[in-house]
Ligand binder design. Sequence first.
Ligand code: FAD
Length: 386
Amino acid sequence: METADVVVVGAGVIGTSVAYHLAQRNTGLKVLVLEKEKAPCTGSTPLSAGGIRQQFTTEVNIRLSRYSVDFYERMAEELGCVFDFEQEGYLFVTAQEATAARVRENVALQTSLGVPVEILTPAQIAERWSFLKTDDLVLGTFCGTDGYADPYEATMGFYQAVKRCPDVHYRFATPVTGIQVEGGKVRGVTLDSGSQISCQWVIDCAGPWLREVGLLAGIEIPAFPVRRCLWNTEPFEPIKQKIPLTIDMETGFYTRSESGGLMLGLANPAEPTGFNNLLDDDWLPEVIEAAMARIPCLEQAEISRGWAGHYSTTPDHLPVLGPVPGVAGFLSAGGFSGHGFMHAPATGLLMAEWVLDGGPQTIDVSSLSIERFASGAELVAEHNVI
Ligand SMILES: Cc1cc2nc3c(=O)[nH]c(=O)nc-3n(C[C@H](O)[C@H](O)[C@H](O)COP(=O)(O)OP(=O)(O)OC[C@H]3O[C@@H](n4cnc5c(N)ncnc54)[C@H](O)[C@@H]3O)c2cc1C
């Protein structure tokens, strides 16, 4: 029977980052990445808005982002790949006093953890980004080291970086259909061809399919796919400058520069869970209304295209990272609730530490254990979710 030390399920940005970080340690461990599709980066990763930010409400998300921002700043040079991290910043704005009070508390937390975030008055916002409607705003927060990048470039960067590594292998068009667990330990995986590969570790990097892959080992990970849609405008004359990824906290509308135009997004709060991947054109009028309320000149914009993908969403909007009780050797690496691209470098590092060091050394992610859902303790949710 074929053997590997570690089987990584899924070749999106998370699986490729995990393989890269394992290979970096140069331990000779045999890593096999199994992907059901014919190529890397065909799941939710290429459908992402590509946002990378440190402005979160939970300490653990801020710490994951701090590592990942630092990594993405070095990625092109260190991995010798094409990766353009456009650090145009993230701008959150609010028109509500109650929200502003919470924002001030969050900024205190972010600042204490080293995030270079500033609170801006409506006048300061208007001065920097004159296309925004600001007369109703209470405040905004801006972090200039946040920004956006192409998730495809990141994934291919991780993938290409291990191409010559003799210990890491990728296999495409290879769905994992079973996970063998004996005596409370992972023993191997079954492929759709019926063949088996024995291994000591299975790392579930299956994105929106995280739960489905967990179920193969009898594990119930509470992470569910939820459709999210994005639209691009045609190149747009009135806004010539590159803009920060800008979020209107009241509506949840967000936008950033894309190919001379803007990318527009707004989550539909009534979206059910499931794998529907059709673009929701019925929702577009709501998106345009929220967009024009904050950026009136968008009235002149034309929509060029739209697409739908899936978040993998958990009850507290935080990922499930690490081991699960009862199945030694299984690691969960998903449930990012819309933040998997930005947290991919930190996740890759942590998974490598679980396999090689017995547990995380760099970032304390004990609060992200699956056991939080069974503990009965009140969940501390991430609130800066769009
Ligand atoms: C519209 C939208 C906007 C987003 N915006 C952002 C953003 O701004 N910033 C951010 O950080 N994140 C964002 N996200 C979330 C981000 O895209 C995901 O968190 C991230 O891409 C997850 O990466 P992944 O590798 O876990 O999943 P995926 O890229 O989905 O990869 C999982 C892979 O597993 C494979 N797989 C599944 N089951 C099996 C199996 N049984 N056997 C073998 N292979 C299997 C799949 O084929 C797939 O290739 C957004 C998502 C969407 C949909």
